[in-house]
Design a binder for this molecule. Structure first.
Ligand SMILES: [Fe+2]
Length: 473
């Protein structure tokens, strides 16, 4: 749930262009703060680039279908696409023009329509929403004024302005809604509207990778104080002591998941938590969402096209309950959120926590499958250049990874810039997902980024990997 959209549906986290990566961090956590901070002009240029990239993606996702597809509700879990479009503009107006710029509301009468807390997704189609051409014009007008504001803004002073935080938050917010809109496209029935090249095949060494790697125990710094546009729930950094654990080198593949199905995993209550089994039974789950069985093989529907399930891709569209049951069937468990972050960030040479598994360098196409460059995960074992120091692959991009952990505040958490961003969601109701997926833009993807959702949720682009404790002698 990442876009301030409180619905019992899913919010979605953010994303960014494939070539830029977020360049807005200082040093690694645990390093010397204050290094490598971008200058004001560089920051202004970066913000403009991020805002423009997000809008290009929003346009691509809404220009590819006709008007009836924009106003229709394709699933009660999702808003009509035209709601997201105007909501993006409305939030941008609220945070940047009104809160930062001190401007008067442009159209105060529409504010309640686009307040995610006021109307659950299921009732949004019945609201008097702006029609597509008016929603586009509104978002366009807001954007023009925001770029003018940016040109004259000192990007320092009040906390919302410091380091361009509010601008960065708005760019992430739009990309997060773009991911949400991509989920709507996946749920939509009808002819194919989106296309993208397939990711490259797995590298030659993928088949020879060890199944798991040991992450030695010891102290580790989780969270961040140095990432300029990190959200409140990623802060502050704090030291933890973790025991040794073993983690899957890659996400769990469709082929492995099919073995769980074939072994009767969905029929065997002992693999499931009581809540998970109850849900499995009530919802009649037998396979990941969008899968069907035909002629002895598994097929899947992906953005309107039906195709055989590729065995070598990470499994996608499974709930936390299914991920947890698979892990138990495999004699393993889901990693905790802290274990996941240590595997993704800890550099055993320097003892510091880095921004990404591969280091502090912004994500490029060689590191991770991000930014909707492809409309599917890459085969397991891909992206050797994106591996962590311990050799764990695909921690960033491809599929969101369910963790064992509930969504909780870090010690010293302070709600910012408002309680509804994270604080109202803390508690046992939500499970944390990490790492981003192919639909996440780099601006909203980093080693500290936290996503959360209900354990029943399946339409999000989520898979998982498993962990275990070392055997005791
Ligand atoms: Fe939102």
């Amino acid at each position: 749930m990442l876009n301030h959209d409180t619905d019992p549906g899913s919010r979605t986290p953010g994303t960014r262009t494939a070539d830029g990566g977020t360049r807005v961090g200082r040093a690694s956590d645990g390093g010397t703060p204050g290094q490598d901070s971008p200058g004001t002009e560089d920051l202004r240029e970066l913000i403009a680039t991020e805002l423009i990239a997000a809008r290009a993606r929003t346009a691509a996702l809404t220009d590819c279908v006709e008007e009836p597809d924009l106003t229709a509700q394709h699933s009660p879990l999702m808003s009509p696409l035209v709601w997201d479009l105007a909501h993006i503009g409305n939030q941008e107006e609220l945070w940047l023009l009104r809160n930062v710029g001190g401007r008067d509301p442009m159209h105060p009468e529409i504010d309640p329509l686009y307040d995610a807390f006021e109307h659950p997704r299921a009732e949004r189609p019945s609201l008097p929403l702006l029609p597509p051409h008016e929603a586009r014009a509104y978002a366009h007008e807001v954007r023009g004024r925001v770029l003018d504001l940016l040109a004259s803004s000192p990007l320092e002073g009040p906390p919302l302005l410091t380091d361009g935080f509010a601008f960065g938050m708005v760019a992430q917010h739009e990309q997060q809604h773009d991911e949400t809109m991509l989920i709507t496209h996946q749920l939509r029935q009808g002819p194919v509207a989106l296309t993208a090249p397939a990711p490259p095949p797995a590298p030659a060494d993928a088949a020879a990778l060890p199944a798991e790697v040991l992450i030695p125990g010891g102290p580790f710094r989780m969270g961040t104080d140095t990432e300029l546009w990190a959200l409140d729930n990623e802060r502050p950094s704090h030291e933890l002591e973790l025991a040794d654990f073993l983690l899957d080198t890659t996400p769990v593949s469709n082929a492995a998941y099919q073995r769980f199905i074939a072994d009767g995993g969905y029929q065997e209550p002992r693999w499931w938590t009581p809540e998970g089994w109850e849900h499995r039974t009530r919802a009649g789950l037998v396979a990941p969402l969008f899968w069907s069985r035909e002629g002895g093989q598994w097929l899947r529907r992906r953005f309107g096209a039906v195709e055989p399930v590729p065995g070598d891709e990470p499994v996608l569209h499974v709930s936390w309950y299914e991920a947890d049951a698979y892990a138990r069937w495999a004699g393993r468990r889901l990693p905790t959120e802290a274990e996941w972050e240590k595997a993704a960030r800890y550099d055993p040479v320097s003892g510091r926590s880095r921004r990404y598994p591969w280091g502090d360098q912004a994500p490029g196409p060689e590191h991770a499958n991000l930014g909707q460059r492809h409309l599917r995960p890459a085969p397991v074992g891909s992206y050797p250049a994106g591996a962590s120091p311990y050799g764990v692959r695909q921690l960033m991009g491809d599929v969101w990874e369910w963790t064992a952990s509930d969504f909780r505040p870090y010690p010293g958490f302070r709600a910012w810039p408002y309680k509804e961003y994270s604080e109202v969601f803390f508690g046992p109701e939500y499970k944390v997902l990490r790492g981003g997926c192919f639909a996440v833009a780099p601006v909203a993807c980093r080693g500290t980024f936290r996503n959360w959702d209900y354990p029943v949720r399946r339409q999000i682009f989520a898979g998982f990997r498993t962990a275990r404790d070392p055997e005791r002698r």
